[in-house]
Design a protein around this ligand. Structure first.
Ligand SMILES: Nc1ncnc2c1ncn2[C@@H]1O[C@H](COP(=O)(O)OP(=O)(O)OP(=O)(O)O)[C@@H](O)[C@H]1O
Ligand SMILES: [Mg+2]
Length: 241
């Protein structure tokens, strides 16, 4: 089991953002967390990487990552998990990249092959390597960050709204790239998204979050039982055909 979490809660000044979540993920598995804005999806993703910032308080009965119990782990323990065991792609990565290092320097620090190849894979031209994070668009930043995450060959990628800043063709290209990596390297995916359509296309198992709790687990092809999940599905805009 790559991730085994029991009864995980995150509170910000007494208010729960994540409320008693249990979650198991095997090696190479694809799981999506879906739910509306503010339901706690990103906070849960951050808690799985020891990245909940002050004043957030994380408590759990078990927080096991790749066989290590992390509920009392310090930042040096978490650094061994981040990047190599679990990679992260954040909702707005421009603020997570190092502001005074070029993209090329940041990818070069972690990559085992040429920076230009890593950039080409995510559809970016080699001259992006010379830029600083603030000199890129949101979508370019998202792709550069994905290039950095993939360069470390993580066992699992947590992708938080990985396509939200991309136009539809680029979004499709990014999902195809993730699909290739998942097949070629048995990389697992924890996809965090409000887009239940994307989640159903990408992952055989969906966890539906509402108000910090997982209210339903849905396997591909199953009809949702929970009224909230039914509402999420009905709210997908569809083009008339
Ligand atoms: N650093 C923080 N301090 C205080 N409250 C926070 C903090 N981070 C998140 N929260 C609160 O926790 C709750 C869950 O936020 P979270 O970002 O996890 O939601 P989300 O499901 O990812 O939403 P979205 O789809 O908009 O990204 C929200 O009520 C949010 O205001
Ligand atoms: Mg979020």
């Amino acid at each position: 089991m790559l991730i085994d979490v029991q009864n995980l809660s995150v509170r910000f000044r007494g208010k729960s953002a994540v409320d008693g979540v249990s979650l198991q993920l095997s090696l190479g598995e694809r799981v999506a967390i879906v739910g509306e804005s503010g339901s706690g999806k990103s906070t849960l993703g951050r808690a799985l990487l020891g990245l909940v910032a002050h004043p957030g308080l994380v408590v759990s009965d078990r927080l096991s990552i790749d066989g290590s119990e992390m509920s009392r782990a310090g930042q040096s323990d978490w650094r061994k998990i981040r990047g190599r065991i679990i990679g992260l792609m954040l909702q707005d990565p421009r603020y997570s990249l190092h502001p005074t290092m070029t993209i090329g320097q940041q990818i070069g620090e972690v990559a085992d092959r040429a920076v230009g190849d890593c950039l080409a894979e995510v559809g970016l031209s080699p001259d992006i390597a010379r830029r600083y994070p603030h000199q890129m668009s949101g979508g370019q930043g998202q792709r550069a960050y994905l290039a950095m995450a993939l360069a470390q060959h993580p066992k699992l990628l947590i992708a938080d709204e990985p396509t939200s800043a991309l136009d539809p063709p680029m979004a499709a290209q990014m999902m195809a790239l993730l699909g290739e990596r998942m097949s070629a390297e048995r990389m697992g995916l924890l996809l965090i998204t409000h887009d239940i359509d994307l989640a159903m296309q990408t992952c055989p198992r969906l966890l539906v979050m509402q108000d910090g709790r997982i209210v339903e687990e849905l396997l591909q092809g199953q009809t949702p039982a929970h009224p909230f999940t039914q509402r999420l599905i009905q709210s997908i805009p569809r083009l008339p055909c």
